[in-house]
Design a protein. Structure first.
Length: 643
């Protein structure tokens, strides 16, 4: 019997910045679902990737003096490495710079043009470069981008437009008649009331003001606008409109697009309208989850509140981070991230509950039976309850997983973990071990602990792919037939000839005070794995020669009024005296600076800091929270050139 196909996607990520823990949240959720469906016997297609075209990338690459392709190549390598670190089991990683994708987009653009759904015109309106989005005056919020809150630019250029307005009524009808299409329900109401019913405007789908995009084949100078390009990845990855479209026929329509709430609009209005125009089936579901926020605000580089997932995985392992992301946040809602809540969750759920259950079970089997486990068992009054709860938990987990309620699934699993721990306290195996005639009852208790752990190890596998192996190794489970999801439906399949292998504690308890201090320092320093230096990362001797460094002697120094981090110094550099403002007041008092011979960058453009003119820069090195100014030894005159 052929396996039933299941297709799940994440958004394709824009590689202008390195991804943070919030991006990992979406991808871990998709991976969890993909792993769960594979365990249930589905033929899974899990797609993720990168959206690599656009004006912003072109600008950044030009500023760095490299091609846009080379710029995105470096970041894509980093993203792939991150997904490997997070144990993401995607089936395909698509890049919008892939040749096959570009060819598909060109075919789609031409087909829609030939049908009359794309037409040529002129665009004049507001454009947000970071979001790659056009907005009407009505859509702006306080004159700024409604998505990111940053300034927008007034632009006017020749462009092609997609007749989005043509599909307004069809979209409303479809959404209202397909309750499962947009989830959760709040997102559906938002799309209908805020965008569709007020009226849709036709969508700009080409640009002429930059070159980094997929060319419109029949009109040189135009490149395909990002959303028609990016959204098409979901079908181009399957071979749509190609000579080999077997995967498209097999997996489309997609079972679920997992997206952040900020891009639900594109996936439930623009994307379905494009598919309607092409005459193709619409996605079965678009699930718009919430944000992982810090102090109530969305993570973003501009706010300086991003969290590097690589640092967290390096310290706690990917399973701990995956568990936290899926457990802490009710899927569809916003969830708050702090280092403290992360460590508390690891200590309470993973160390105290699961890790302790594994350690106690294995240690007691080893202590009381060694390698010879009794085959004679005597039931206790608590057995039936824990057996039934284990089987019922499987059914509950299946029910909530089908609704993408990952946190609810983990709540059910941990109810079983805690009930099994309680079973130890109820049966008191350490008391049973004191009486020889209680050995059969003791064997029964320890078998119940081991069998529940077998079932638990299977239930957590979609969320934590590495921990189940460690549990099974310690319990001596090698039969793959009792590691399957189907095997959880029957209690008591674990062999009674148990030979445990006591190992290390799976989740050691963390000293929260010490760890919080160390973690804060690591995140501030942006600590991550050493990265290979590529040729384009080097500068030439000519580049370095442009920086003018000289020795300067501090002859006067004072605090900048109203700024607790700034000092303003008068520095003698040869025959001239310069005024330089430096952010070193936390490390040096004004008196400490006077007389120091420091290294100064003298050819920086003068700027005003807190209204005070600064004519250069004092070099300093950072050491944790402290700054140490670069000075020179020996009898050397101010004004000497540093080479």
């Amino acid at each position: 019997m052929a396996k039933k196909p299941f297709y799940i996607t994440t958004p394709i990520y824009y590689p202008s910045d390195k991804l943070h823990i919030g991006h990992s949240y979406t991808t871990v959720a998709a991976d969890t679902m993909a792993r769960y469906k594979r365990m249930r016997g589905y033929d899974v297609m899990f797609l993720t990737g990168t959206d690599e075209h656009g004006q912003k990338i072109e600008k950044v690459a030009n500023k760095q003096g490299i091609t846009p392709k080379k710029y995105v190549d470096n970041i894509v390598d980093w993203i792939k490495d991150l997904w490997k670190t997070m144990d993401i089991s995607y089936d395909k990683f698509i890049r919008t710079t892939d040749k096959e994708h570009e060819e598909t987009v060109q075919k789609i653009f031409k087909e829609l043009y030939d049908k009359g759904d794309i037409y040529k015109g002129s665009y004049e309106g507001w454009y947000c470069t970071p979001c790659e989005s056009f907005f009407t005056e009505r859509q702006l919020e306080d004159g700024k981008c409604p998505d990111c809150g940053r300034p927008v630019d007034k632009v006017k250029e020749e462009a092609y437009f997609f007749k989005l307005s043509k599909y307004q009524d069809k979209l409303i009808e479809y959404i209202e008649s397909h309750e499962e299409f947009i989830q959760p329900k709040t997102r559906q109401n938002e799309m209908l009331n805020n965008f569709l019913r007020p009226g849709l405007e036709d969508l700009c789908v080409s640009r002429t003001s930059f070159e980094w995009g997929i060319p419109v084949e029949f009109d040189k100078g135009h490149v395909v606008y990002v959303w028609l390009d990016a959204l098409s990845n979901y079908i181009s990855a399957l071979g749509y409109s190609s000579d080999n479209d077997e995967k498209y026929k097999k997996y489309w329509p997609v079972d679920v697009h997992l997206v952040g709430k900020e891009i639900v609009r594109f996936h439930t209005i623009i994307w379905p309208a494009m598919l309607m125009a092409l005459g193709e089936p619409l996605p079965k579901q678009v699930f718009g989850h919430g944000w992982l926020v810090i102090n109530g605000g969305k993570m973003s580089k501009s706010k300086g509140n991003v969290v590097d997932p690589k640092i967290l995985v390096d310290r706690y392992g990917s399973d701990s981070i995956r568990y936290f992301l899926m457990r802490e946040i009710a899927f569809g809602q916003d969830g708050n991230f702090t280092n403290e809540t992360l460590i508390q969750r690891i200590n309470s759920d993973l160390a105290n509950d699961l890790g302790n259950l594994v350690s106690r079970t294995v240690a007691m089997i080893k202590k009381y039976f060694g390698d010879e486990f009794l085959t004679k068992f005597e039931a206790t009054e608590y057995d039936k309850e824990v057996e039934e709860m284990a089987i019922n938990t499987v059914e509950k987990v299946e029910d909530v997983m089908e609704q993408l309620f990952f946190s609810d699934a983990l709540v059910e699993i941990w109810n079983l973990v805690r009930r099994t721990n309680k079973y130890i306290d109820e049966t008191r195996p350490w008391v049973l071990a004191k009486e020889e005639d209680k050995k059969p009852e003791l064997a029964n208790v320890l078998y119940h602990l081991a069998e529940n752990l077998r079932i638990i190890s299977i239930l957590i596998e979609p969320f934590m792919p590495n921990t189940p192996k460690l549990i099974r190794e310690q319990l001596g489970i090698t039969d793959e037939g009792i590691m399957t999801w189907e095997s959880t439906k029957k209690w008591g399949t674990l062999s009674k000839d148990i030979k445990v292998n006591q190992g290390n504690i799976i989740f050691p308890r963390i000293d929260i005070t010490k760890e919080l201090n160390e973690l804060e320092e690591a995140q501030k320093a942006g600590k991550e794995e050493p990265k290979e230096v590529k040729e384009e990362d080097y500068i030439s001797i000519d580049d370095f020669a442009k920086v003018e460094l000289k020795v300067g002697e501090v002859i006067e120094c004072n605090k900048v009024e109203g700024a607790d981090k700034l000092l303003v110094s008068k520095i003698k550099i040869g025959t001239e005296v310069r005024q330089i403002v430096s952010g070193i007041a936390k490390s040096y008092s004004p008196g400490e600076m006077i007389g120091k011979k420091v290294i100064v960058v003298t050819n920086l453009k003068p700027v005003k800091l807190r209204g005070v003119l600064s004519e250069g820069m004092i070099l300093a090195a950072s050491l944790k929270k402290n700054l140490v100014v670069a000075t020179v030894d020996g009898d050397i005159n101010s004004g000497a050139v540093v080479r």
